[in-house]
Design a protein around this ligand. Sequence first.
Ligand code: ADP
Ligand code: MG
Length: 199
Amino acid sequence: MHIVSFVTQKGGTGKSSLAVSLAVAAAECGLKVAVLDVDPQGTAGEWYKRRSAELPEVHSPSWTYLSSHLYTLSRQGYDLAIIDTPGADGHAASAAMREAHFCLLPVRPSVADIEASKPTVRYLNERNKPFAFVLNQCPTGGRTSRTTNARMALQLLGGLCDPSLAYRSDHVDALASGLGVTEFNSLGKAAEEVRAVLH
Ligand SMILES: Nc1ncnc2c1ncn2[C@@H]1O[C@H](COP(=O)(O)OP(=O)(O)O)[C@@H](O)[C@H]1O
Ligand SMILES: [Mg+2]
């Protein structure tokens, strides 16, 4: 079972939205996938309550049981576990980084987000954990200099997922509807970008 954790100390960068939309997109590809919500804010868990479909499941274990929960999922034949973490340094985020095979760090194209990611990057580098940034909520209408500069900075800091994701209302509306963006508007650009990040 592959384990991917969404981590960044900043709130609002897109950890929860991307975690659930990627999980839906992975399930649409036939993967057995679960989201583990270890954020006390419970954004992914609340999304699951709004959802009528059962899959992908969202579980909300305490971070103290994260390791044993992952072990159980892997015994049950899950292909992928996606861990959604709080936007703060702490035990839950550290446990999620420890357990992950790969970490995704969503950041918006802003100096504040990029600077705030540095402690997370340091933590991951010290432990030789592979990771990539996901540049999220970029201005629409082509690459602006802000997006281009952010891409360059993030490549230098450790690597960047392709493509960047634009600011698209489908993400907000899908989250509110208990859907992934690929379900909310399967032919939309947000869906296209999420599928491309998955592949
Ligand atoms: N690419 C995007 N375009 C538009 N809104 C987005 C995008 N990514 C996330 N959002 C919205 O931004 C808000 C914060 O995202 P969220 O996933 O809760 O961030 P985090 O989990 O990092 O705190 C939510 O309302 C979410 O739907
Ligand atoms: Mg969140």
